[in-house]
Design a protein around this ligand. Structure first.
Ligand SMILES: *Cc1c(COP(=O)(O)O)cnc(C)c1O
Ligand SMILES: [Zn+2]
Length: 413
């Protein structure tokens, strides 16, 4: 018995039984949506069942997840999600916004949003008796899989570009996964990991390939519903700002809100804004051109977590904005660095790809896309500790001084 009804292809609409396919649509390679029986769910569960839960993790949403509780209570696997929400008044004032929230997903066990996806994929792997889970990653998805697999005593294999930030590679190794650093970019690591999965019979977690990753990522939408939408009497739809690489986070969040709408637990769809670096903007380019055809780019951005030539979940990512009256916004790497520094002055330490969402909000406000009475939530997707080199580029260096008061006086003057 599976907890979901069927898969539906996001390209051709074909439906597949839960045991019929594993990854993408066999005829066109489209990403598969996991579809539930919302009529039954609406009768069986009430919002209270969730909002009164004592479980401070993604597992509070078990009735809406396609997997069962994998166990391992008291481990990192059970502390994914339910991340902090801030109301930074100074930032709101600076941009003339009446309502602004920042949700810090850098505060996950392995310090990125990717833990949400990896937790659900590890649970799925247990259910289908897959011994080895493999993923390609720019770093965070791998660290998340390695960490969640370690917590659940499961084997993981990670392919990452050899240029991945050292902290991310260190996490992979410390969590005890088998690591291969590919002398190539993320896209090449992706293709190799799929070939290796087929060759060696490994279960592949790849973003925008495995349908269960979006099901983990949708839990952020559920938290935004509980932490903001259900508590505030919002007159206008919440505007959610999300940074985008492969497009799986934004697709997952869209899916989460669609679930809530289907259940009747929210009455209006939030507007979803995708933010890309202008050096890696395949989806934003398609949005601006008004087409669903996504043309690959040659990605060059310091925001390594969103540096993607060919987005693996591009179509659904595009629709997350077009179907919710949202938009795509492009920002420069310079603006991303400035955003790191600005968030830092609120006590929020974010890696470049995470600060990208905030840079996007600044741009959207400056361009008049966001009005002062639009309620806004910015999702911070990864911790600044992940990429210290980039953080250093965002700020001035500290002076080195002799250990004396006179030397101190001199540099202070
Ligand atoms: C993966 C990642 C993203 C982008 O997610 P996609 O699903 O690739 O669009 C953004 N920020 C951080 C920190 C990430 O690790
Ligand atoms: Zn299809």
């Amino acid at each position: 018995m599976t907890k979901f009804s069927f898969y539906r292809c996001s390209v051709c609409g074909a439906e597949f039984a839960p045991d019929e396919v594993t990854y993408t649509c066999p005829s066109d390679g489209g990403n598969l949506d996991i579809v539930f029986d919302y009529d039954s769910l609406r009768k069986e569960i009430s919002p209270d069942l969730i909002t009164t839960s004592q479980e401070a993790s993604v597992w509070r949403y078990l009735p809406l997840l396609p997997v069962d509780d994998p166990g391992y209570a008291g481990t990192a696997l059970h502390s994914v999600g339910w991340t902090p929400l801030y109301t930074p008044e100074l930032l709101a004032k600076e941009m003339n916004l009446k309502k602004l929230w920042i949700k810090d997903d850098g505060r996950n066990p392995t310090a990125s949003f990717k833990d949400r996806a990896s937790a659900i994929v590890v649970a799925r792997a247990k259910e289908i008796n897959a011994d080895v889970i493999v993923t390609a990653s720019t770093g965070n998805a791998g660290a998340a899989l390695a960490g969640m697999a370690a917590a659940a005593n499961h084997q993981a294999v990670i392919f990452a570009p050899k240029t991945a930030p050292p902290a991310k590679v260190a996490q992979l190794l410390v969590f005890g996964s088998r690591v291969f650093l590919v002398d190539g970019n993320y896209d090449q690591a992706f293709d190799l990991s799929v070939e290796a999965a087929n060759e060696f019979g490994w279960y592949c977690r790849n973003t925008g390939y495995n349908p269960f990753t979006a099901e983990g990522k949708k839990t952020a939408a559920y938290e935004i519903w509980e932490q903001v939408i259900a508590k505030q009497n919002l007159k206008k739809p919440l505007c959610v700002f999300v940074s985008v690489g492969d497009g799986n986070i934004i697709s997952g969040i869209h899916k989460g809100f669609k679930d809530l709408l289907a259940l009747g637990w929210i009455n209006q769809m939030p507007r979803i804004f995708g933010i890309q670096s202008d050096g890696s903007a395949a989806i934003a380019n398609a949005f601006n051109a008004g087409t669903e055809v996504i043309t690959p780019v040659q990605a060059t951005t310091l925001a390594d977590s969103i540096s993607v030539d060919l987005p693996r979940d591009g179509l659904r990512a595009l629709r997350a904005a077009t179907e919710t009256n949202g938009a795509y916004v492009k920002v420069s790497d310079k603006a991303i660095l400035r955003a790191i520094a600005r968030l830092g002055r609120e006590g929020i330490f974010s890696e470049p790809a995470a600060a990208t969402a905030y840079a996007g909000l600044q741009k959207a406000v400056a361009d008049g896309q966001i009005m002062d009475d639009d309620p806004v939530l910015v999702l911070i997707t990864g911790s600044g500790l992940k990429d210290v080199k980039a953080a250093e580029q965002a700020v001035k260096t500290a002076p080195i001084i002799e250990p004396s008061l006179s030397a101190l006086r001199k540099v202070m003057a």
